[in-house]
Write a protein of this length. Structure first.
Lengths: 305, 91
């Protein structure tokens, strides 16, 4: 179990120069893509050289998922995939048409989108998942509060927030002390709440799940919130689809059953999360570069006695 | 003579958090509820706050306020006497 992180006095920054996002948006408007893309690849290579920590974690993750030592070009591809996602976010924020398309088998999520029900949406730092909340708001015209870490230069998120402000609002996790109360307010105010389920630092409760060959700790707070507030949980990730589209994969609906014990509810929640985590792993095995956590892979849990 | 509100709160704590092996009578009046002998954490505190809000028609808006309210059963009683509708409190 992790205590909430203390409030940061100075918000952390995304790597890169302070003018980086604005430069990318300006260049995107004037520089033809056949020239701009190689320029972005060059910028990514410079970033790769300078970001030693992230490079190390990328290499460690790729080593696990590929089952061998990754080549430098593979680490570069991992970085470039993230850069391309960032570019897509900026483009969507600037109004470029982009839509989310549900993957086959997401019938529960389709039904959810067709009803006024509010839910807890768990997502991951994978592929186009950062866009799912915005697409959910803008495309489906549903109110959603997104739990995000405020950083010093989150121009991409601010711009997306401005573009989709009618439907999307933010709960900032930086005030760790008050996070759970901010989540309570967001849930009780109505609308759905989207929170990431793969990073442990702001999670009140974590549990071990099988992922990439080991039992690793993942945040589990979303299910406790679902039990407390009686809300359904859907887990979803977005991956690149056809041009102008993200393919959204979603779990079946999980709803706490008030007629059974908490232990039984948590047991079924664990099974629900594990099944979706298996899907995330299969998506990553198909395209390993979509894991956008350039930090230590989720900790392995101690072996069960 | 035990305070009836204290007793009601202890029953509510045990019920809400489904505490096993703990009876209402075994909860001390002045022990911290969170981080004390009951081993409650922030999620437990949130669940308790949600139940208290429903039961007593109060609004606990921040973790700081919840820390004050949940400092102990006695502190929680005092908080409710100051903030809750008296009609919802035991006579």
């Amino acid at each position: 179990m992790n205590a909430p992180a203390p409030a940061a006095a100075t918000p952390a920054r995304n790597p890169g120069p302070s003018w980086g996002y604005r430069f990318l948006r300006l260049a995107d408007r004037w520089v033809p893509e056949p020239l701009f893309r190689p320029a972005r690849a060059f910028g990514t290579a410079v970033a790769l050289l300078n970001m030693r920590e992230q490079r190390r974690h990328s290499r460690a993750y790729l080593r696990v998922i590929l089952g061998r030592e990754p080549a430098t070009r593979e680490v570069f591809r991992h970085f470039f995939a993230f850069e391309e996602m960032l570019m897509l976010k900026l483009r969507v924020a600037d109004g470029r048409p982009h839509r989310g398309v549900l993957a086959p088998g997401c019938s529960d999520f389709r039904r959810f989108l067709d009803t006024p029900e509010d839910a807890l949406l768990g997502t991951f730092h994978v592929g186009h998942s950062d866009l799912v909340g915005f697409l959910f708001g803008g495309q489906e015209q549903r109110r959603v509060s997104m739990v995000r870490l405020r950083v010093g230069n989150s121009h991409d998120v601010e711009k997306l927030g401005a573009t989709f402000g009618r439907w999307v609002s933010f709960v900032w996790v930086n005030e760790g002390e008050n996070l759970l109360f901010a989540l309570k307010d967001a849930i009780t105010a109505g609308g759905s709440l989207a929170l990431k389920c793969d990073r442990l630092e702001h999670s009140s409760r974590a549990e071990p799940f099988q992922f990439l060959g080991a039992r690793r700790l993942f945040p589990f707070t979303i299910y406790h919130l679902a039990i407390i507030f009686g809300r359904p949980v859907y887990l979803c990730v977005g991956v690149p689809g056809a041009p102008g589209e993200s393919v959204i994969h979603s779990s079946p609906r999980w709803l706490p059953d008030p007629s059974v014990s908490r232990a039984r509810n948590l047991e079924s929640a664990r099974a629900h999360f594990q099944v979706f985590l298996d899907l995330v792993e299969s998506l990553l095995r198909a395209d390993p570069y979509l894991w956008f956590n350039y930090r230590p892979l989720n900790l392995e849990a101690p072996a069960r006695p | 003579m035990p305070d009836p509100l204290n007793h009601q709160l202890k029953v509510l704590i045990v019920e809400t958090l489904r505490l096993e092996d703990i009876t209402p009578a075994s909860i001390p009046d002045d022990e911290p509820l969170v981080g004390g002998g009951l081993s409650l954490d922030s999620i437990d505190a949130l669940e308790l706050v949600v139940r208290l809000e429903k039961e007593f028609g109060i609004k606990i808006a921040s973790s700081e306020e919840s820390r004050t309210a949940l400092a102990s059963v006695t502190a929680l009683s005092a908080y409710l006497r100051a903030h809750a509708d008296p009609a919802r409190l035991p006579a």
